[in-house]
Design a protein around this ligand. Structure first.
Ligand SMILES: Cc1cc2nc3c(=O)[nH]c(=O)nc-3n(C[C@H](O)[C@H](O)[C@H](O)COP(=O)(O)OP(=O)(O)OC[C@H]3O[C@@H](n4cnc5c(N)ncnc54)[C@H](O)[C@@H]3O)c2cc1C
Length: 421
């Protein structure tokens, strides 16, 4: 059985790994010309995603690449003294298994885990999928697949081709985010430096092994802003407008907007779909159920979703008419919980009042000042996402000992692969 996956970031490579372990033949098509290595932004793996990574044998590599951020300094707008917080205590209180890692490091590790068994095609994209599985590409020749999975992120191409325009499924949460790569001008080592004001929060962090740093900007806007997603100068202008004059540190970071090698700007949008599957096509990760970038644990959700989808396909012997509904049932509660937790996290992270600004700084300080037991209890009471990730249960989908690896099957398949990868 031949499965095509679109997208090689987090959900795509994890799905490809597990599908090959269950004996399916997998091709992954990725729009970027090579696996991304620039770092991206920091993402979180919570307990269920850590467990899945452990089963894949990649956990030691992930832990080796952890960002190592363990302290946070919070400057509240119009408060004189910053608050210092022990982040490692917050992380351990939030989840008994957690690691923060740069997204592109994680992506590379998952890609390496199955690259020998999967056909990877970079620098290409799907242009059409017919109901019988005939797929057309921008560059490669058309090819027939039994199933197609969109793992191509919040602005998924597969979702657009099969379900229609993104605007039908996206819900604006009232906030925007921007990320820029900049020199580590604040000389951060294991520290997150934050500035928080009413309706705006910005944090700068590095990672142990990265020479540079990232500044993550989050701000509220009641109305959707007027800009085109390709109009980078306008996006930078919007960021300057939202954060200019907040603090001399922040002005220094904004100055880097003219020089940054990597810049990202988007609305914080949640996807709301009744179903992620149609015919032979389904969606996984942010493509199907993004709870909102930077405010939910969507990386963990993507890893769990990929593992569950592969497992349900194996359980159903490749029968997608049984597997896709079972996958959706298994993920529905996790997705609902993540969406609710993301909205609540956005409220805390981008406070709407001065009380909220104080609450964020003082709450973090209180939790970090308490011994591990009470701080964990307090966080469980206050943080939806901590409760959610600690209680997420995932079935064990162990591959049958007879399941062969995908690449072997591909070689013996008279139809062959696309001949690339
Ligand atoms: C600024 C920012 C901060 C974030 N912070 C956090 C955090 O702190 N914690 C957390 O857990 N999560 C965070 N996230 C979210 C996290 O990055 C995503 O949830 C995670 O990467 C989802 O993985 P994915 O594989 O589903 O999608 P993505 O990582 O978005 O990957 C999609 C892949 O599909 C490819 N693609 C796109 N279009 C096509 C096409 N037409 N054809 C082929 N390939 C295509 C892309 O190049 C990419 O490789 C953040 C996101 C952003 C943007």
């Amino acid at each position: 059985m031949r499965i095509l996956v679109s997208g090689a970031s987090i959900a795509g490579p994890v799905l490809a790994y597990w599908l090959t372990r269950h004996g399916f033949s997998v091709t992954v098509v990725e729009r970027a010309p090579t696996p991304r290595k620039t770092g991206g932004h920091a993402v979180d793996l919570f307990r269920p995603a850590m467990n899945i990574s452990e089963k894949m044998g990649v956990l030691p590599r992930i832990e080796e690449r952890a960002t190592g951020t363990n302290r946070m300094t919070v400057h509240q707008e119009s408060a004189r003294r910053p608050v210092r917080v022990d982040l490692s205590k917050i992380f351990s209180a939030a989840s008994d298994r957690h690691v923060e890692v740069m997204r592109d490091d994680l992506s590379e590790i998952y890609y390496d885990a199955a690259r020998g068994d999967v056909e990877y095609i970079f620098d290409d994209s799907i242009t059409a999928i017919s109901p019988d599985g005939e797929v057309r590409f921008e560059k490669a020749a058309p090819h027939r697949f039994d199933l197609v999975v969109g793992a191509d992120g919040l602005h998924s191409n597969v979702r657009r081709l099969v379900f229609g325009d993104e605007s039908r499924f996206s819900a604006f949460t009232g906030a925007y985010l921007g990320v820029l790569t900049l020199p580590n001008i604040s000389a951060l080592d294991g520290e997150l430096l934050m500035h928080v004001g009413v309706g705006r929060t910005v944090g700068m962090y590095g990672a142990r092994h990265l020479g540079d740093a990232r500044a993550l900007f989050l701000f509220r806007s009641e109305r959707e802003l007027d800009y085109h997603h390709h109009d980078v100068p306008r996006q930078k202008e919007l960021l300057r407008g939202a954060f200019g004059g907040m603090h001399p540190d922040v002005d220094d970071w904004l100055d880097e907007l003219d020089r940054t090698p990597a810049f990202y700007f988007d609305s914080i949008t949640q996807l709301r779909m009744d179903t992620w599957s149609r015919g032979r096509v389904t969606l996984v990760g942010d493509a199907g159920y993004c709870p909102g970038p930077a405010v939910g644990g969507s990386t963990s959700l993507a890893v769990v979703g990929a593992y569950v989808l592969a497992g349900e396909l194996a359980r159903a012997g490749g029968d997608h008419e049984r597997a896709f509904p079972a996958y959706e049932r298994a993920m529905a509660q996790h997705v609902r919980g993540s969406c609710a937790a993301a909205l609540s996290a956005a409220k805390t992270l981008i406070p709407t009042s001065r009380l909220g600004v104080r609450g964020l700084a003082q709450g973090a300080r209180l939790i970090s000042a308490l011994p591990a037991g009470p701080s964990r209890a307090l966080l469980r009471l206050t943080a939806k996402s901590a409760r959610l990730y600690n209680s997420m249960t995932v079935d064990d989908y162990l591959p049958l000992p007879t399941a062969s690896r995908g690449r072997d099957r591909l070689a013996g398949d008279p139809g062959g692969g696309l001949g690339v990868g």
